[in-house]
Design a protein around this ligand. Structure first.
Ligand code: CAA
Length: 379
């Protein structure tokens, strides 16, 4: 197996995530996957452990760890279940712009609701007509005295049915395109704010994915995050912060599929010997390891760049794209190595294969990541 040096802090977090995964997640997660149900109790245990607060400042109640430590923690959690891992990582995506650009009052709300009370957050950007084209958001926020009135729908929102805080991107001036967007901090329970349809997904079924409805939702002008007209930049900052997390989750998922495949090919006998004895199988395993390890290096590198305060948009897109493509390929190959059994629900790789697909789509499709990389070359 490829080798990495982890700090003591990282080793402790990996051990913590492994113990949590083995004790709380592994025994029951297949049932949640089958029912398409959010494992609320398990996630609440993780919230009590502070898994939503890893790389946020201690002065505001965060754990004060590095982004690299957060990534290795999400990687380990994802070996057990990507839905559980993403409940915490997407909370980080949503609150990142608030912790960077928010007012002290907004940071204090995050401190109380997310870190102290142990809550989830949602990043509310996507709409039916604004997927990859996030500048095309139609949800409106109209100024009314010292308030804004929000109207519209957001879809495919991770954690939406359970979150306590929502970072909502809405148009304050439609004539200005993406420069007319503004980010708002909306709290659960705001009048007129409700959870709509819950999605029934192919994989990633333990993650809560819902529509959110804003029907004349009144928020104070103090809820504006990062200034009026800066919503697109807040959204891009959230995604810059979140894409390495998604890369880390994909690495963990791929690693789990590889480990399952290695175990299986050593046990499975055909033609009177383990199928691991075949060079064709060995080369598949080697390729799987090389893909995951390359992806891991890219994810760790971008996390280290974040920790050093360097610009990471392009590196983040590269890492997210490579890691999630690697996870899809490795999970597909793991199913192939299991043969017919790999396609059956009794064996673990069927779920990993279904779970892998979403990561080529979520937090920016891999086509969008390639667009970001290509634009950086051509500009
Ligand atoms: N950081 C800071 N600024 C950025 C930026 C970044 N990463 N990316 C773009 N900008 C700035 C640009 O510099 C430009 O600024 P100026 O106008 O001042 O020059 C401005 O934003 C507009 O940029 P573009 O012209 O590049 O904008 P675009 O409309 O062409 O879109 C895009 C760019 C990269 C395609 C962007 O729309 C994008 O990332 N789309 C994908 C959206 C996405 O990832 N959605 C997933 C949602 S979340 C989710 O998956 C679910 C969940 O629950 C987590």
């Amino acid at each position: 197996m490829a080798f990495h040096v982890y700090t003591e802090e990282q080793q402790d977090m990996i051990a913590l995530a492994k113990q949590f995964g083995e004790q709380a997640v592994d025994p029951v997660i297949a049932e949640y996957d089958e029912k398409g149900e959010f494992p609320e109790e398990i996630v609440n245990t993780g919230l009590e452990m502070g898994l939503q607060s890893l790389d946020f400042p201690e002065e505001w109640g965060g754990a004060g760890l590095s982004t690299k430590t957060a990534c290795v923690t999400f990687e380990e959690l994802a070996k057990h279940d990507t839905g559980v891992a993403c409940a915490f990582s997407v909370t980080g995506t949503a609150i990142a712009p608030i912790m960077k650009y928010g007012t002290d009052a907004q940071k204090a709300v995050v401190q109380k609701k997310i870190f102290e009370e142990g809550g989830l957050a949602s990043f509310c950007l996507t709409e039916p007509g604004a997927g990859s084209d996030s500048g095309a958001s139609r949800t409106t926020a109209v100024k009314d005295g010292d308030k804004y009135i929000l109207n519209g729908n957001k879809i495919f929102i991770t954690n939406g049915g359970y979150a306590k805080l929502f970072l909502v991107i809405a148009a304050t001036d439609k004539s200005k395109g993406n420069k007319g967007l503004t980010a708002f901090l909306v709290e659960k329970g705001a009048k007129g704010f409700s959870v709509g349809k819950e999605e029934n997904k192919c994989g990633f079924r333990s993650s809560n994915t819902v529509e959110l409805v804003f029907d004349n939702v009144e928020v104070s002008e103090d809820a504006v995050v990062g200034g009026v007209g800066n919503g697109f930049k807040m959204a891009m900052y959230a995604l810059d912060h979140g894409r390495p997390y998604i890369g880390a989750v994909a690495v963990g998922l791929g690693q789990r599929a590889l480990e399952e495949a290695v175990k299986y090919v050593k046990e499975r006998q055909q033609f009177g010997r383990p199928i691991a004895d075949n060079q064709g199988v060995q080369w598949m395993l080697a390729d799987m390891e090389m893909q995951i390890e390359s992806a891991r290096c890219l994810v760790y590198h971008v996390a280290e760049l974040i920790d050093e305060g360097q610009p990471i948009t392009v590196n983040g897109s590269i890492a997210k794209c490579m890691a999630t493509d690697a996870a899809m390929k490795v999970c597909t190959d793991a199913v192939q190595l299991f043969g017919g059994y790999g396609y059956m629900k009794e064996y673990p790789v069927e779920k990993l294969f279904r779970d892998a697909k979403i990561f080529q789509i979520v937090e920016g499709t891999n086509q969008i990541q390639r667009m970001v990389v290509a634009r950086s070359l051509l500009k």
